[in-house]
Design a protein around this ligand. Structure first.
Ligand code: NDP
Ligand code: 8X3
Length: 253
């Protein structure tokens, strides 16, 4: 099997960490990026017993730092074969008229701008080599609105359309772009959304079986393993226990 170099953003927990474990188990070289240095260093130390790992303290919102760090990777890690654009978050579940504008800014800066910065830093190398794969982590929230999803859903709709437009730009260049859009998954996602309120966070998954990080990592990995002439465009995945609702209709009674 060909050893690939895989750059995963948001590798310090949830899907990102699970992807790191999956790609390491399959023997791939890893660049693990996130803000929490202690977490990625610990993970790098553990997975470093199996494969070569570079922990990278990176805030995807910082445009210059992203460009500097991702275009200046050490030689051994400089040929990025797979970029997993996973870093992201939801903040708050208030309805739009009560939402915190700082929350909206942070989601836009991370989920949209951060994903653009990482992609823009890595793509020229892929294009020059005529090889590569970008896997973007979107969400069911891109397509299916729910109360309080407002800006979060909007950022993931951007990820959906950006992924499709990347394909349009990259056709003929032998670079794959895949979009994985998960539904409910019990990572640190809800803990972050509810700003550390563990009771509120765990109530989201009460009485139902959510996806696991490993479920999503296995799917991300699979998109990278299909024969080279195939591009998995978009995969929406929910737990069986989750589905859509009828339209809400307000009736004056
Ligand atoms: P987690 O909170 O467990 O993981 C989020 C990761 O993103 C962390 O590693 C965090 O690292 C990183 N991150 C957040 N902000 C930044 C930043 N500014 N710069 C770099 N890294 C950052 O949640 P998930 O694993 O669930 O989330 C991963 C992705 O999956 C997100 O894009 C999320 O929107 C999406 N998603 C999640 C779903 C779910 O139900 N869990 C469903 C659908 C999509 P650190 O804090 O160390 O920087
Ligand atoms: C996270 C999934 O349904 O909580 O992207 O918005 S959901």
């Amino acid at each position: 099997m060909l050893t690939k170099t895989v750059l995963i953003t948001g590798a310090s927990s949830g899907f990102g960490e699970a992807c790191a474990r999956k790609f390491a188990a399959e023997g791939h070289r890893l660049i693990l990026a996130a803000r929490r240095t202690d977490r990625i260093e610990l993970l790098a130390e553990e997975l470093g017993e199996q494969v070569n790992v570079l922990p990278l303290t990176l805030d995807v919102r910082e445009r210059e730092s992203v460009d500097e760090q991702l275009t200046g990777l050490p030689a051994e890690f400089s040929v990025v074969d797979v970029l997993v654009n996973n870093a992201g978050l939801a903040l708050g579940l208030n309805l739009a008229d009560k939402a915190d504008l700082d929350h909206w800014d942070t989601m836009v800066d991370t989920n949209i701008k951060g994903l653009m910065y990482c992609t823009r830093a890595i793509l020229p190398g892929m294009v020059a080599r005529g090889a590569g794969h970008v896997v973007n982590i979107g969400s069911v929230a891109a397509s299916w609105p729910y109360p309080g999803g407002n800006a979060y859903g909007g950022t993931k709709a951007f990820v959906q359309q950006f992924s499709r437009n990347l394909r349009a730009d990259l056709v003929g260049k032998n670079i794959r772009v895949s979009l994985v859009e998960p539904g409910m998954c019990d990572t640190e996602f809800s803990l972050v959304r509810f700003e550390g309120d563990a009771v509120k966070a765990s109530s989201v998954y009460e009485g139902m079986q959510p996806l696991t990080g490993k479920d999503v990592a296995d799917i991300v990995y699979w998109t990278t393993q299909v024969p080279p002439h195939i591009n998995v465009n978009q995969l929406e995945v929910m737990p069986v226990a989750q589905a859509w609702s009828p339209f809400s209709v307000h009736r004056d009674s």
